[in-house]
Design a protein around this ligand. Structure first.
Ligand code: ZN
Length: 455
């Protein structure tokens, strides 16, 4: 169905338009977590609405109670399959001192597109949009909808509310999420799983105020020491093994085939250590490192506060202490159930400790086999000349689980960012190589879906 020559010309001819649109988008500082940017957020929504309108993609600004969701696309016939492409147009803050340019001034250096949001996720959003535009221009029997969120970087607090508006955001037959990173340049990677997250604060008060250890020490309880003991019963610091009874009961281990596919991703332990500045790791075997960061649950301690943190040693017995922890969860762990296990365990070890639940995100596991996955494989191969490796992500995208719950439709990932693009980091950029390969990939993917029909 795809005429390669015609597609190639379309991509080449779209370059100017792509660069122009991306430049305008990057120059709007749509920082969702900065409340002083509320005006810019509205400007971003308005700009996106104008783009979609300019492409006759009948945009809708869907109000959610927070920042809106942009919805739009082309419905060519109810008998054809409908695919929804998810992207987000909000960005991370950009106050890092390492920026070599003003982060919200777009720079195009011969196909290197610099500025905050270029790769996460404005560039991929426009890439997918132009790939979709091609599919519609060819008259392929497919309906394509866009879903552009403006609250992804703050954990999608109003996304579920937006999806309840079935009139403006109808249920599709399948979903593509384009907001993920390859493991290495030149090696397309398709994630199919995300870890979940459960955060908690453990609080212990044993006195009304701090006391002097010379006067009270020995008889006074020490909440810092007691919380350290609790922490010790939750996780083995050497191996990382979680010691909370029942914690691993629901864990589905990755199969040997999955691990084999991880190994095709181009992941290197040396580069991983370099990128994050690690001097040593718990394990050095690449398969084991990937299993641990993508497909195994964790228990981390982020902070312990209370007592004295100034210079030297002040001999106080603290009156209270707080331990901040979180767990990354994998399929099929249920955050609510894990929280109950944590609470029960802590109560047994130290009944005076109060456990307060914080962030909670469910893990996600899509499939890495089946008809849709075959379509992704062929599309990526056509777009980038290489078979993709199927990997998982260690982080969480709240919106993905929300869409899965709301629609129960297959969710596939076609991400276009590279590790060197600087996701959530200073000097973020995107590039024409990923954009042009991405447009071809998306065009092919839509042609595959059109061929597959409504199923
Ligand atoms: Zn993103």
């Amino acid at each position: 169905m795809v005429n390669e020559r015609r597609l190639k010309i379309f991509v080449k001819e779209s370059r100017r338009r792509f660069e122009d649109l991306l430049g305008q988008m990057v120059e709007v500082p749509s920082i969702s977590m900065d409340s002083s940017r509320a005006g810019d957020m509205r400007r971003m929504a308005d700009l996106a609405r104008q783009y979609l309108a300019g492409m006759n993609a009948t945009p809708q600004v869907v109000e959610t109670g927070g920042y809106p969701i942009l919805s739009g696309g082309w419905i060519t016939g109810p008998e054809y399959p409908t695919v929804t492409i998810y992207n987000h147009l909000d960005v991370q803050p950009a106050q890092e001192p390492e920026w070599k340019q003003a982060p919200f001034v777009f720079k195009n250096e011969n196909g290197i597109y610099r500025g905050r949001g270029a790769t996460d996720d404005k560039g991929p959003a426009l890439t997918a949009m132009l790939g979709a535009r091609y599919a519609i221009e060819q008259g392929w029997p497919i309906n394509i909808r866009f879903l552009w969120e403006l609250e992804e970087e703050i954990g999608s607090p109003h996304f579920a509310a937006g999806l309840r508006n079935r009139g403006l955001i109808p249920r599709p037959d399948s979903v593509v999420v384009s907001d993920t990173i390859w493991i290495a340049k030149g090696r397309p990677a398709v994630p199919y799983g995300l870890r979940g997250l459960l955060g908690a604060r453990l609080l212990l008060r044993t006195g009304e105020k701090d006391a002097h250890s010379g006067v009270t020490g020995g008889a006074a309880r020490n909440p810092l020491a007691e919380l350290m003991e609790v922490a010790n019963t939750c996780v083995d610091a050497g191996t990382g093994r979680v010691k909370i009874p029942g914690f691993y009961d629901d864990v589905v281990e990755p199969t040997a085939n999955e691990i084999k596919d991880f190994l095709k991703s181009g992941f290197e332990v040396r580069r991983f250590k370099e990128a994050y500045g690690f001097r040593s790791l718990r394990v050095e075997d690449p398969a084991e490192v990937m299993r641990r960061i993508w497909a195994s649950p964790t228990f981390e301690i982020h902070g312990l506060s209370g007592g004295y943190h100034g210079q030297g040693v002040k001999t106080v017995v603290p009156g209270h202490a707080e331990l901040k922890v979180s767990m990354r969860l994998v399929p099929s762990q249920v955050p609510e159930r894990v929280f109950a296990l944590l609470k029960k365990h802590v109560a047994k070890v130290n009944p005076d400790v109060k456990v307060v639940r914080e962030v909670m995100l469910h893990p996600f596991k899509g499939s890495f086999a089946g008809l849709y996955v075959d379509c992704v494989k062929r599309a990526v191969k056509a777009g980038f000349g290489k078979d993709p490796a199927f990997v998982r992500e260690g982080g969480s995208i709240g919106a993905v689980v929300t869409m899965q719950k709301a629609w129960k439709a297959p969710i596939l990932f076609i991400g276009l960012s590279l590790p060197e693009h600087g996701y959530h980091a200073p000097n973020e950029y995107y590039d024409w190589g990923q954009a042009s390969g991405g447009m071809k990939t998306f065009a092919h993917y839509f042609s595959e879906l059109a061929k597959m029909g409504k199923g």
